[in-house]
Design a protein around this ligand. Structure first.
Ligand code: FMN
Length: 367
């Protein structure tokens, strides 16, 4: 696979074809209004990304319940009043020639307690001050994920991605250490993954037939076990109800230390799975044209672009015109990010939330 292969169109089972295989990863940016509605900064950022040339443009993690809010400035999809702003984002993405998706998210036991009362997850001991969701509340959570997908559908998005990665609520349920429930949503892997599969089936039944559905999974930390995550991925593919699997890896070249697979790359454990019509993509330190092409070479159908999308507008267009394109080296200055179109809130998040991303800015520091 070579760089031009990244620009082969990609068709999912459902919904519109993607014009290329470089997709914008979900990127939290903490710049929405505090009530979860879309801000002018969201419009500017998504408008910029929509013009960048990605095959699909995905929103940041967007919370499906008020109680699931994970951070200030998070985009919301838990209320009908969010639909109007979301529809503006969907229209911008479509006008940019990109397929659109909302990432559906809930922070579970790690939600902002101070804003929403007591955070709750599969088990109360996950975080200080958290409590355990009752079975009825888990069913309610499932239904709120499905209703959120319907809102995305109403807003004109081509699909949604379920955020099952990084220790947020769906990964909390998957984790054998974080989920100590004894009801049908705990116990064996079948029980711990039940919530995800009920949401997938619910979205399939509630949204229009060509609505695209992706599942994001990660394999590390939070007690997650790669063998189990591989089984969940295989089952999600087997249902035929998802269009794509998005593996969130720290680095697409990373190998695993787990005994069963020692020395193998995490990615190879997923590219090896029979996948039928379900497409497979991954993210993790893809900062150059060559590395993106290498991800296709290892068996991915598409590549998710995270930090490279933040660092400079137009990653796909740059890759298309320069097969040796590389993103700027980290860290970059505040001025660099301002020129790349980031809002003050987004830059602040990159400074405080991500090590070695924003360097002291000599221009501003001298003032
Ligand atoms: C600023 C920032 C915000 C992120 N927000 C999200 C998010 O909302 N949802 C999610 O699933 N992953 C999120 N991620 C992870 C990225 O989607 C991606 O998987 C990760 O950054 C690895 O890709 P990269 O090396 O290309 O950045 C975020 C990453 C960054 C840098």
């Amino acid at each position: 696979m070579n760089v031009p292969d990244l620009f082969q169109p990609l068709a999912f089972t459902r919904g519109p074809e993607l014009k290329n295989r470089l997709l914008l990863a979900p990127l939290t940016n903490k710049q929405s209004n505090e009530d979860g509605t879309v801000s002018d900064h969201d419009i500017a950022w998504i408008g910029r990304c929509a013009r960048d040339g990605y095959g699909m443009t995905m929103t940041c993690a967007t919370n499906v319940q008020r109680a699931g809010k994970g951070f200030h400035g998070q985009l919301g999809i838990y209320d009908d009043r969010h639909v109007e702003g979301l529809a503006r984002l969907a229209a911008l993405i479509r006008a940019g020639g990109s397929v659109s998706s909302v990432q559906l998210h809930h922070s579970g036991a790690r939600a902002l307690g101070g804003v929403n009362g007591i955070p709750a997850g599969p088990s109360g001991d996950i975080a200080d001050g958290a409590r355990t969701l009752s079975t009825a509340e888990v069913e309610h959570l499932r239904d709120d994920f499905i209703t959120a997908a319907q809102r995305a559908d109403t807003a004109g998005f081509d699909g949604v991605e379920l955020h099952g990665a990084f220790g947020h609520v769906l990964a909390q349920f998957l984790s054998p250490t974080l989920n100590t429930r004894t009801d049908p949503y705990g116990g064996t892997l079948e029980g711990r993954s039940r919530l995800i599969f009920e949401i997938i089936e619910g979205i399939r039944n509630a949204c229009r037939p060509d609505f695209q559905l992706g599942l994001r999974l990660s394999t590390e930390r939070f007690g997650l076990q790669v063998a189990e995550i591989r089984d969940v991925a295989a089952e999600a593919i087997h249902t035929g109800s998802i269009d794509y699997l998005d593996m969130a890896l720290h680095d697409i070249d990373k190998t695993t230390d787990e005994d069963e697979f020692k020395g193998r790359t995490l990615l190879s454990l997923f590219t090896d799975l029979p996948r039928g019509n379900v497409k497979l993509g991954a993210s993790g330190k893809v900062m150059s044209a060559r590395k993106a092409a290498a991800a296709l070479q290892t068996g991915c159908d598409f590549v998710m672009i995270g930090r490279a999308a933040i660092l400079q507008p137009g990653f796909p267009k740059r890759v298309q015109h320069d097969h040796d394109h590389r993103s700027p080296e980290l860290p970059v200055t505040q001025t660099h990010l301002e020129e790349a179109g980031l809002s003050p809130a987004f830059i602040n998040y990159m400074r405080e939330g991500w090590d070695d991303f924003v360097a002291p800015d000599t221009v501003l520091a001298s003032k």
